[in-house]
Design a protein around this ligand. Structure first.
Ligand code: SAH
Length: 507
């Protein structure tokens, strides 16, 4: 029996956290993903790398793939025995033509399942601070298409019943017909002072909301230059937004903040920024790559049976060392007789992830601490392996050798400046796409200059530069970069607090 099946999956409104667990599970199984414009591209990362990804949405110079073609494609892939995920924005059965696709599959005897998604109306309401129903204001809700078939010109809507028979109304695809919607509702008995909210790009860092009344919504929408994709929410519940707003009034909401730290540390920092409402744009100014030549490390790995101590001083060292061990066809068992020294808890945690524990850890989480700990143990005549970064200090090998140890210190990884990304950074700065660029070290500034080039100070004039502290600021000034934000204490948390304070004084 063929295993071909189609899952019609709702991706939700845009925030990747708003897809269902079941939807994500389907994506993980997918062999073919057929997706639209509105589903955020990050969802595709959940599908296996080998899965075929087929885009059927709108693109420049080309309209949507015709519905017939999409239907035929789903049938063809399922008949070929594939697990097909048809990923749609919001909910597949709300103005998404999911119903037509399911009917077509049914007629062609293709098994299918439907995984609901959070539809734009629900998401926009929640993220704009507007309960769709509320006992004091309304007990009914209508979802309406504002666009309909252009040929039909929205004439098939029963305006009278909509205007007076339903409490809260949410129009999808209605921006082109905003004037008609407002006029018809008023003409059919809805009060002109009825509040309206237009919510664009709901749940994303680009979310925008315009609040008006039926009487002035056309003017206010024009003034605010608000465009699709947006939902138009009509009803008394809109007034609750003043009290219940929570998403778009977070301190850094809507700010695009570039993080220049290395990928590993950037993730944590980016999460903090996101929680404050900002959109973090990660552009590491430092990257770790494999050594130019593995010979030294391979020789050291071959010598593991005669090794007493393995010293690991960073999560990167752990990552590259264990990756090479695996590549050489050896598992953690090769470390059976070796005592593993981790410089600190982060490194120890990284070792643990490989299914093995560190035996020793100094109380001072630095190279100095490692040296002291091992000298205390007595390393005279011991064989020590220290896989290191190309630019690592010589402290550990020199001190341990002086204490009589036989130290092998092969390069396990190199740190480099990813100069190629400079083009991308230059383009973002030139296009005014960033609000803030953050620097958490002097080397981040120096590397940034190498990547972006001499125009960097000039391009950075368009953004607020945040520096973590006086040393970093000094380097910035030396490079001709002016700094707008600097905290009193040189920590990431304090830099964020300073950034919030900066935006409190200017919107
Ligand atoms: N199936 C989708 C709707 C597709 S129709 C769903 O259930 O949400 C496309 C319309 O959905 C857009 O014109 C807009 O009105 C609305 N929409 C989709 N995503 C949106 C978002 N993030 N913010 C505001 N409106 C959105």
């Amino acid at each position: 029996m063929s295993k071909g099946i189609v899952y019609l999956v709702g991706a939700g409104p845009g925030d990747p956290g708003l897809m269902t667990v079941k939807g994500r599970d389907c994506l993980r199984l997918a062999e073919v993903v057929v997706y639209d414009y509105l589903s955020n591209p990050v969802f595709l990362d959940d599908a296996p790398a080998a899965a075929e990804r087929i885009y059927v949405g709108k693109s420049k110079g080309r309209h949507y793939a015709p519905q017939d073609e999409i239907n035929a494609l789903l049938v063809e892939k399922a008949r070929a025995g594939k697990i097909v995920v048809r990923l749609k924005g919001g909910d597949p059965y709300v103005f998404g033509r999911g119903g037509e696709e399911a009917q077509y599959l049914h007629r062609h005897k293709i098994p299918f399942e439907v995984v609901p998604g959070i539809t734009a109306a629900f998401a926009a309401a929640a993220y704009a601070g507007i309960p769709l129903t509320h006992r004091d204001y309304t007990t009914s809700l209508g979802l309406v298409t504002g666009h309909e078939d252009p040929a039909k010109k929205m004439s098939s809507l029963d305006w009278e019943k909509l205007a007076t028979g339903v409490g809260t109304l949410v129009f999808y695809m209605g921006m082109a017909n905003l004037r008609v919607i407002a006029e018809q509702l008023m003409a059919h008995g809805r009060a002109p002072e009825t509040p309206v909210a237009i919510i664009r790009w709901a749940t994303t860092p680009r979310q925008e909301t315009v609040v008006a009344t039926l009487a002035d919504v056309v003017v206010k929408a024009r003034e605010a230059k608000i465009k699709p994709p947006a939902v138009i929410l009509v009803g008394e519940v809109v007034n609750l937004r003043d009290e219940l707003r929570w998403f778009d009034n977070r301190p850094l909401f809507g700010k695009r903040v570039m993080v220049t730290r290395a990928a590993a540390q950037a993730r944590e920092f980016a999460a903090l920024l996101t929680a404050l409402g900002a959109e973090a744009v990660c552009c590491p100014t430092i990257e770790t790559v494999a050594p130019a030549d593995w010979t030294d490390l391979d020789v050291a790995i071959a010598g593991l049976p005669r090794t007493d101590y393995l010293i690991l001083t960073s999560a990167n060292a752990v990552r590259f060392f264990f990756a090479r061990l695996t590549e050489l066809g050896q598992g953690v068992r090769a470390l059976a007789g070796v005592k593993i020294v981790a410089v600190g808890p982060k490194t120890a945690g990284a070792i643990e992830e490989r299914g093995i524990y560190a035996d020793l850890m100094p109380s001072d989480y630095r190279a100095e601490g490692v040296v002291e700990l091992l000298i205390e143990k007595g390393v005279k005549g011991s064989r020590v392996l220290y896989p290191k970064a190309n630019l690592a200090r010589d402290l550990i090998p020199s001190k341990l050798r002086a204490a009589g140890a036989l130290v092998s210190d092969p390069v396990a990884y190199r740190t480099i400046v990813p100069e190629g990304d400079g083009v991308r950074i230059r383009a973002m700065l030139a296009a005014g796409e960033l609000d803030v660029v953050t620097f958490a070290s002097s080397s981040a500034i120096d590397n940034f200059m190498k990547m972006v080039g001499d125009e960097a100070p000039h391009l950075l004039d368009r953004v607020a530069v945040a520096s973590i502290g006086p040393l970093t600021t000094k380097t910035a000034l030396r490079q001709g970069i002016s700094v707008a934000v600097e905290p009193e204490q040189a920590t990431v948390d304090d830099m964020l607090a300073a950034l919030i304070a900066y935006y409190q004084t200017r919107p």
